[in-house]
Ligand binder design. Structure first.
Ligand SMILES: [Zn+2]
Length: 502
C-alpha cells in the first residue's frame, strides 16, 4: 500500500543550514576498545580497533593493541558496540507523512513552512536512527532527491528511477486522469488502455525495454513495478501481464538492475515469484480467499517455501499496517521519539483535528478506536506477522525496507519508522541476527553495493554507528546510538534531533 506525494515547489528555501559543522573534520579517526559487530563475522565477535582514513575504513583490528596511528583523533568505544551503518531499501522521500497531497502541492500559505522544515530535517532523522544508506523506490520528484543529496549531512541515497506501472494501473490510478501520465511518465503502454492514453505518449517509447533503459540512464540501481488490483475507492485496476513482466525481467537482467515488485497479496506474491523478481517489496497481509483462516494455509506455505528456495529478497514492511493502526492508538503521537524526528510545528498540526484527516479515510463507520485496533491486530497485522514468522523459521532472504511513508500517514515517520519496523520484525519471530543482516549485508548484496557498504571491512565507506548496547542482545539497542559516521564524518546523535538546540 503506497501512494506518492509530489512536492513540486517549496524547496528553494531549503538551503545549507541543516548541518552542524561543530564536529571538526579530521582525516584519521581511531575507534578503540570497541566490540565490532559486522555481519560477515558474527561467529567471532571481538573487541578491537577501527581506523577511518579519508572517509573509508582503513584498518580493522581484533584482539590487538596497536599504537595510535599518527595524527589520528581517538574515539574510545570502551563498553560500546560498532556496527555498519544501517540500510533501509524502501523509502519514498518526496512523500510527506501525514500531509494530504493537495496541501503539499498547493499554494496554502501556512503549510509550505511546515513542509520546508520537514524536508530540511528529513536526512537528519534517518541518520538519527542510524540509517546511512537509503533506496528510494519510485522517483516522482527529482528535486526532492537532489536537495536531499545536497544537504550537508545526509545518508547515501540510491533510487530505482521512475517506476514502471502499467498504464492506468496502481499507483498512477490514484492521480487524476489529466495528470497521472505526467506524474508517471515511465509507464508501460497497454494497448487495451489505448483510448485513455494521451496521444503524445507513443507505444514504442513505453515498452519494457525502453522503460528499463530510462531507469538505467537516470542512474537508477533498481527497477520497480507493481501487481496490485487496488483497494479503497480504486479497485479492479488493470495489472501487468506475465508476458510484459517477462520482458521487464529480461531488460533488468541485461542492464544489471535489481527487479522489485510491489506485491502484498497471496495472488500478487505468487505472480512475483513466477515472474522471477529479485525482491518482493511488501509483506503479505492480504490472503485472498484464505483471509478468514487463523493458521497459515498449506497453499501459502508452499509459496513461501519457493520464496525461501529462490532466495527472493523479502521486505516484510509490517509497519505499513502499524502506521495505519497508529491513527487509533492514543499513545502514538505521545512517543518521546516523535519530536526528535519531526519539527514541532508539524507535530502540533498532527495533533490538531485537521492533522488527523487521514483517520476518516480508514475509519469504518463510527467504530470505536478500540475496535479498530483489535481489527488491525486480528486481521492484517496478524497475517503479515504470521507470514514473516514462517519465512524467519526458514531463514528467508529478508531485506530491511520500511516503505516510509506507505501512504500520506503520520504513522510512518522518517528514521523512527525503521526502529518500529525492527520491533515488529522481532515480535513476528525474526531473530536479532536476521534483523541485523537484513539491514546490512543482505540489502548491500541485493542492491550490488556490497563493495561499498554493509560490513566493517577495510576499503568500505566509513559509514558506521556506535551503540551503547548490542543489537544482537536486544532490539532496543538500535535506539541507544551515540555516534554516527557518514563517509568518515563524525556526527553525535543528539545534534541530529529535530528538537536539538542549534
Ligand atoms: Zn513503497
Amino acid at each position: 500500500m503506497k501512494l506518492l506525494a509530489v512536492v513540486f515547489t517549496l524547496l528553494s528555501a531549503v538551503t545549507g543550514l541543516a548541518g552542524s559543522t561543530a564536529d571538526s573534520q579530521v582525516s584519521r579517526t581511531w575507534i578503540t576498545d570497541v566490540t565490532i559487530i559486522s555481519p560477515e563475522n558474527l561467529s567471532h565477535i571481538e573487541v578491537g580497533n577501527v581506523l577511518i582514513e579519508g572517509g573509508r575504513i582503513a584498518r580493522v583490528e581484533r584482539r590487538k593493541r596497536s599504537k595510535t596511528p599518527a595524527g589520528a583523533r581517538v574515539v574510545s568505544g570502551k563498553g560500546q558496540f560498532l556496527i555498519p551503518g544501517l540500510i533501509d531499501s524502501h523509502v519514498h522521500l518526496a512523500a510527506v507523512p501525514g500531509v494530504p497531497y493537495e496541501v503539499s502541492l498547493g499554494p496554502d500559505a501556512a503549510k509550505p513552512v511546515m513542509i520546508q522544515e520537514y524536508l530540511k530535517q528529513l536526512p537528519r532523522s534517518y541518520l538519527y536512527f542510524g540509517y546511512t544508506t537509503l533506496v528510494d523506490l519510485a522517483v516522482v520528484d527529482h528535486r526532492v532527491l537532489e536537495e536531499f543529496r545536497k544537504a550537508p549531512l545526509h545518508p547515501d541515497l540510491y533510487d530505482c528511477g521512475e517506476s514502471l506501472p502499467i498504464a492506468n494501473g496502481y499507483p498512477m490510478s490514484f492521480a487524476p486522469p489529466a495528470t497521472r501520465f505526467q506524474l508517471f511518465p515511465n509507464f508501460i503502454y497497454d494497448p487495451k488502455q489505448a483510448s485513455s492514453i494521451p496521444a503524445e505518449y507513443k507505444p514504442q517509447d513505453h515498452t519494457p525495454a525502453v522503460a528499463v533503459a530510462r531507469v538505467k540512464n537516470s542512474g537508477g540501481i533498481c527497477v520497480k513495478t507493481y501487481f496490485e488490483h487496488g483497494f479503497g475507492r480504486d479497485r479492479n485496476l488493470p495489472v501487468i501481464s506475465s508476458g510484459t513482466v517477462a520482458e521487464i525481467r529480461k531488460a533488468a537482467t541485461q542492464t544489471g538492475l535489481t527487479l522489485m515488485m510491489h506485491a502484498n497479496s497471496f495472488e500478487a506474491q505468487k505472480f512475483a515469484v513466477d515472474a522471477g523478481v529479485d525482491v518482493i517489496a511488501h509483506g503479505m497481509w492480504n490472503w485472498g480467499s484464505f483471509e478468514g483462516q487463523s493458521e497459515l494455509p498449506a497453499e501459502i506455505k508452499s509459496l513461501l517455501d519457493r520464496i525461501v528456495d529462490k532466495k527472493t529478497g523479502y521486505q516484510a514492511t509490517i509497519q505499513v499496517m502499524g502506521g495505519l493502526r497508529a491513527y487509533f492508538d492514543p499513545q502514538y503521537l505521545t512517543m518521546p521519539a516523535i519530536p526528535q524526528v519531526i519539527p514541532a510545528r508539524m507535530l502540533e498540526w498532527f495533533n490538531s483535528p485537521e492533522g488527523k484527516w487521514f483517520k476518516k479515510e480508514i475509519s469504518e463507520g463510527d467504530a470505536p478506536d478500540a475496535a479498530m485496533l483489535e481489527g488491525f491486530d486480528r486481521g492484517p497485522l496478524r497475517r503479515v506477522r504470521q507470514v514473516a514468522g514462517y519465512l524467519a523459521s526458514k531463514d528467508a532472504n529478508f531485506l530491511f525496507g520500511t516503505d516510509t511513508p506507505s501512504a500520506p500517514i503520520y504513522g510512518n515517520l522518517p528514521g523512527l519508522n525503521g526502529y518500529l519496523e525492527m520491533q515488529q520484525l522481532k515480535s513476528a519471530g525474526l531473530s536479532l541476527e536476521q534483523i541485523f543482516r537484513a539491514a546490512t549485508i543482505n540489502n548491500a548484496r541485493e542492491f550490488k553495493i556490497d563493495s561499498l557498504v554493509g560490513t566493517i571491512e577495510p576499503g568500505k565507506a566509513a559509514n558506521l554507528v556506535l551503540l551503547k548496547k548490542s543489537p544482537l542482545e536486544n532490539v532496543d539497542a538500535y535506539d541507544s546510538i551515540v555516534t554516527i559516521w557518514v563517509h568518515g564524518k563524525q556526527i553525535s546523535r543528539d545534534g541530529l534531533a529535530a528538537n536539538a538546540d542549534k
